[in-house]
Design a protein around this ligand. Structure first.
Ligand code: 5GP
Ligand code: ZN
Length: 124
């Protein structure tokens, strides 16, 4: 058992969280990059040629619960993903769906990195 699995299994109450289980390696995901505090993996149902989710390894429900240093690390990883995917020049969109009206369906904060095609505005 690696440290991450141990840490998240030990932290009772969040083990039902899908993204905590991805961090723990209990559910497979296609990883794009990883830092000490963040993980980036491909969305299972991509809405654009590049659709990557960047999450903090720590469980937080929504972006408003994340301290500013960690929020900055999420954004830095998102930009690193955009560069690695070759969409930093063509352009990309970072989205934090938050709460019911924001369309959030997984309640472990995540930043969508979307690009590789022209994205329409406004969103639905
Ligand atoms: P939300 O709707 O909360 O902003 O975004 C949740 C995202 O998680 C969706 O885009 C959805 O496709 C993605 N997702 C849901 N379940 C899984 C999964 O098991 N693996 C991966 N890689 N993505 C998932
Ligand atoms: Zn979680």
């Amino acid at each position: 058992m690696n440290d991450r699995v141990h840490r998240y299994q030990y932290d009772a109450g969040v083990t039902d969280c899908l993204f905590c289980r991805i961090v723990a390696g209990e559910i497979p995901a296609t990883l794009v990059t990883e830092t000490d505090t963040t993980l980036a993996f491909r969305d299972i149902d991509p809405k654009a040629p590049t659709h990557v989710l960047v999450i903090p390894k720590e469980h937080h429900t929504a972006i408003g619960d994340v301290d500013p240093v960690l929020a900055g690390q999420i954004l830095a990883t998102a930009h690193q993903v955009a560069k690695a995917e070759g969409i930093d020049e063509s352009g990309y969109r970072l989205v934090f769906n938050t709460g019911k009206d924001g369309g959030q369906t997984v309640f472990h904060v995540h930043c969508h990195v979307l690009g590789g095609r022209g994205l329409t505005w406004p969103p639905g």
